[in-house]
Structure formats: C-alpha cells, structure tokens
Design a protein around this ligand. Sequence first.
Ligand code: 3PG
Ligand code: MG
Length: 396
Amino acid sequence: MKTISDLGDLRGKRVLVRSDLNVPLDGTTITDDGRVRASVPTIVQLADAGAQVLVVAHLGRPEGKPDAKYSLEPVATRLGELIEPQVYFAKDTVGEDAKNQIASLANGDVLVLENVRFNAGETSKDDAVRGKFADELAELADVFVSDGFGVVHRKQASVYDIATRLPAAVGGLVEAEVKVLKRLTESPERPYTVVLGGSKVSDKLGVIDNLLDKADNLLIGGGMVFTFLKAQGHEVGKSLLEEDQLDIARDYIAQAEAKGVKLVLPTDIVVAPEFKDANASTVAADSIPADQLGLDIGPDSGAAFAALIASSRTVFWNGPMGVFEMSSFEAGTRAVAQALTEVDGLSVVGGGDSAAAVRQLGFEDSDFGHISTGGGASLEYLEGKTLPGLDILEGK
Ligand code: 3PG
Ligand code: MG
C-alpha cells in the first residue's frame, strides 16, 4: 500500500483525507475526543507539507440527508483547538459552501466538510449511486488519503469508491492500526488472551469462531455472559439473554474444550433488581435469583480475569465487562483495564466503546500498548474478513 510519502510533493495540492471523527456527543459537547486526537497527526502532516487539506468524515448514522444533531461543526471546532493550522468548516460536503471555501483556501489550511452521510450516495448499496457521489467528492481534490481506520470495514463512497478515482495512499493512523492487528493475527506472542464483552453474542460470533483457532485464553464478560451461562444450564433471572444463540454458545464451549482453548466465564455476578445503580449485590454465577439481573462480573471473576490477563504476552480486549457507566457496575471493567496496563508484551484495547470506557475510568492512552480507534473494523480484521477500505488500497 502506498503511504503519504509516496504521493510526492503535496505543496499546493488539494488532499482529501478520510478521517473517522465519529465521536460520542452529549448535545454539542464531545464526551470523548479520542478519535479527533488520533486523526491529528495525519492532518497536521499534510498541512505541514503545504497541502490544502479537506477532511471528510461522518458522525452517527443520519439518513442520507442533513440533520443538525449530527453536524460535524463541534468536531471541527475541537480540531481547531488541537492544531496550529487554521481550521475552517463547510456547511455542506460537496455543495456550494464547500466549493467556495475550497477556492479560497491557502496552502496549509484545513477545511472540515460537513457530515458525509448527509449525502444519500455515501452509504448507498447501489454501486452506481455511490459511484456518482464518489465522482463529486473526487472533483474536490487532487489526491486521497485514507486515514479513517474505524470505518475501513464499510464499503462507502468516501472510504472505498473514492480510492479508485484519485491517486490514493494510507495515512499514518491506518498504517499503525494495521501493523498492530497484524501482530495479533500473524504470530502473537503467547500466552495470547482475548477478552470479549459487550451485550450481544450475535455481534461477536465471527470473532469467537476465528479466535478459537488462535487464542490460548478467551475470557467472556458483559451481557453476553448470560447466554453462555444459560447454555451451561444455569438460570439467569432477568438478565439479558439471546435465546436464539444458545446452541451456538454450547457449540463454542464444546469447540474450546476440543481445541484446548481456555474459555473462561465469570464465577460470580453483580446483580440488581432493576437496571439501576441501586441495591446491587454479588451472587454466584450459577445461582442468579429469578428477580435479579446481572450487570457486571463479580470481584472473584474480576480477579481471575486480571490474573490471566496480566500473565499474558499478548492481550486484545473489546467490550466492557458490565454497565461501567454506573458506579455499582464498573469494577469488572476497571479490573480488566488495570490488568491490561500490567501486561509485559502487547496490550490492545479495541473499539470506540472500550476506548471511551478506559478513559472514563481515568486511565491514560499511554497505559496501553495500543488503543484502536475502530471497534467494528478491528473485530472484522480479527475475524479474517476482507475490509473494503483496505482492500481497495492494496496494490496501490
Ligand atoms: C464506528 O463508530 O464504529 C465507526 O465510526 C463506524 O461507524 P458506523 O458503524 O456507523 O459505520
Ligand atoms: Mg488552531
């Protein structure tokens, strides 16, 4: 894959850079700016090279038309606070405002274009419709840089089709992310432990399948625990349960045993009568009362998970262990995060949600080997899937 240095002299060139600026917002307040900060080095590198930098990105999932609550304007403002170069914001992506502002950019300026998903062509499943929008994007610029790692698993105009229309290269963030994921998939140092959380088994099927052939330990927490516990014949009370995944969970338990992979489930669970930060108690995982629901892994489980993690040489973690946003149910996620900081080897936090969780719990990015900016993208990479946004750049 070509990198930015292969693009030649960028002075005076218009460079369209796809970044992933999809940050969590509370109104117009960014609650975790990790993805903005992760996008800074490439944007600054291009501006310093004298390019006119056009940043294209999405926020949330608007329905192909403008929707003020998904405007990238607060993100552009944040970017402007973080970097030296002048940052401007265009009120559309390929429309009049974008074109007018592009015409008056100076070398080294940065223009953030409004949410690319305000245009129906961006996410269209129809190749011709997507292609037509990619043509409009391509007209704005001379070269394309793909740096939005969190979105490379999407076959969308600003990620995929654009790369066939302009000279294209990967940015440093995508390069760095892929390098780490290669270390996880090609020859991980052992023991290799994978920690999976989050609410649904059905989101993690592909990755569990693939990792049963690669990992030494597979630790399961979060809401999907209850489907596994039920599959083992335990009652789970009012906890989250995916009935239609029970056979699959049973199959994973059997496969893990056959392949010598240690599949570890929590032995204790923090429960409460309601989805509320009140009246929490800890029970054994095989005796969750009928009137309670599980909201975190318990302290014994947290300690057992932590011990396995801290003695591993390679760890990948995706998905919180419990409802870490509520103080009664954050301890499991905290124990896992803390153990990752103690790994003598490579520790990777995968995904927007897990990344936001560790920051909310007060950890620093530098406590970990790598914090991925891509949740879905890193999981799909670990599943061994082809990621369209990377695939299209191969051989370039
Ligand atoms: C993410 O937040 O996972 C990425 O930005 C991709 O967003 P999407 O899942 O809406 O395509
Ligand atoms: Mg500034």
